[in-house]
Ligand binder design. Structure first.
Ligand code: SF4
Length: 389
């Protein structure tokens, strides 16, 4: 059960973890282990964890039944009213409409509470039949696109090297073509590249008619830092502040959850995002072979960071609650290193996103690899929003 990675401060013992363990409400289910794109920054295929190579290509019915049973057990034990199941991959649309229909039919018939469905996709395979399925089952679907064509094509290509831009844009336009399908739109997700102007990204989002788009910082940690990151020049902090300034003043009609969460925390509220703030994380990943895993972006660290050595065939979801990789993410500020706990921006930041804190020496007991840039962003946002000009 225990891994050699240091997930928590040394003073944190088994007993102190008990009060932080809370049931899971969101289940990120891997329905396809392959993808039709080969994005250069992908944490599944272009990372040290190569477990996708030996996992089933698609989630099989026998595994869906086992997962449903485990979720049912968890829902009954913890008296849960509502859960969210997010279909994920690889590329989840590769599973095809018939499999997706079967998955929903099994989950909805076995799990004895309200089930909300979601998906994160590159959209390239989307057609009207998928959209109708999303409408019928009240899905909320997120689409990945990094911005204008030139920018998107830098990283998001098919295996053949062909651009995926037009296909994803076609999907976004299809979903925006009528009010019913628009209800299934869960937002755009884009990975930032500081070589491109914030205005180009915001213009593209606006031109597509998208009303919600979230930014992601490139993956990285102390052993494998994000591209262009340097302690001294604060390139990311400056880019993020420029993006904030432009969005706040020129594009307020577009929701940018990452920045909105920071503002919410600055006025005393709480973040509902895992990437920033101290939210107690209540989601779990289940892979196509039934493995119960920690947050999948930890694949950038290596297999040892995501694998819990648990599988739905043999283990309950409560078994996962006992693993430090899981309850460290449920314990908010308590799981952070001393420097974060003493930081003036702790309530705005929460140590940033967990994969960004990793080093071989200290495990996750570090500040974010983006720490200096985040501090710059918080300082500049605070000055702009709350200090009289
Ligand atoms: S700004 Fe840096 S030190 Fe402060 S909480 Fe965030 S990562 Fe930790």
């Amino acid at each position: 059960m225990e891994t050699s990675i240091q997930w928590l401060p040394e003073i944190f013992d088994e007993n102190s973890s008990l009060k932080f363990r809370s049931p899971f409400h969101t289940f990120l289910i891997k329905v396809a282990s392959l993808c039709n794109l080969n994005c250069s920054y992908c944490y599944v295929y272009n990372s040290p964890d190569k477990s996708w190579e030996w996992k089933p290509t698609f989630l099989q019915d026998v595994t869906v039944n086992q997962i449903s049973f485990r979720i049912r057990e968890h829902v009954i034990k913890h008296d849960i009213d509502e859960i969210t199941i997010i279909f994920h991959g690889g590329e989840p649309l590769l599973a095809g409409l018939d499999r997706l229909k079967t998955y929903v039919q099994i989950f909805s018939s076995v799990i004895p509470c309200k089930v909300l469905y979601g998906m994160q996709t590159n959209g390239t395979l989307l057609d009207k039949n998928f959209v109708d399925f999303f409408i019928q089952n009240n899905f909320r679907v997120g689409y990945s696109l990094d911005g204008p064509k030139e920018y998107n094509d830098k990283n998001r290509l098919y295996h053949s090297g062909k651009s995926s831009y037009d296909d994803t844009v076609r999907a976004i336009e299809l979903v925006h073509s009528n009010s019913e399908s628009l209800k299934t739109f869960g937002g755009l997700l884009f990975v930032i590249d500081i070589n491109y102007e914030p205005a180009e990204i915001l213009n593209t989002i606006k031109e597509l008619g998208v009303k919600c788009a979230n930014l992601i910082l490139p993956d990285g940690h102390y052993e494998s830092p994000p591209p262009y990151l340097s302690k001294n020049d604060l390139k990311y902090g400056k880019w993020l502040y420029d993006f904030f300034y432009l969005w706040y003043n020129k594009y307020p009609e577009i929701e940018i959850p990452y920045l909105e969460q920071i503002i919410t925390m600055m006025i005393g509220g709480f973040s509902s995002a895992e990437e920033i703030g101290s939210l107690s994380v209540d989601f779990i990943v289940i892979d196509t072979n039934g493995d119960i895993e920690a947050v999948d972006t930890l694949k950038i660290v290596g297999r040892e960071a995501t694998s819990l050595n648990l599988n739905v065939e043999y283990n309950s979801l409560d078994d996962a609650l006992k693993h430090p990789a899981i309850f460290s993410r449920m314990s908010g500020f308590n799981s952070l290193c001393k420097e974060c706990q003493a930081c003036e921006y702790l309530s705005n930041c929460g140590g940033g996103y967990i994969p960004h804190r990793y080093s071989k020496e200290n495990g996750f007991q570090n500040t974010s690899v983006y720490c200096n840039d985040l501090k710059y962003l918080f300082l500049k946002m605070k000055e702009y929003l709350f200090v009289k000009q």
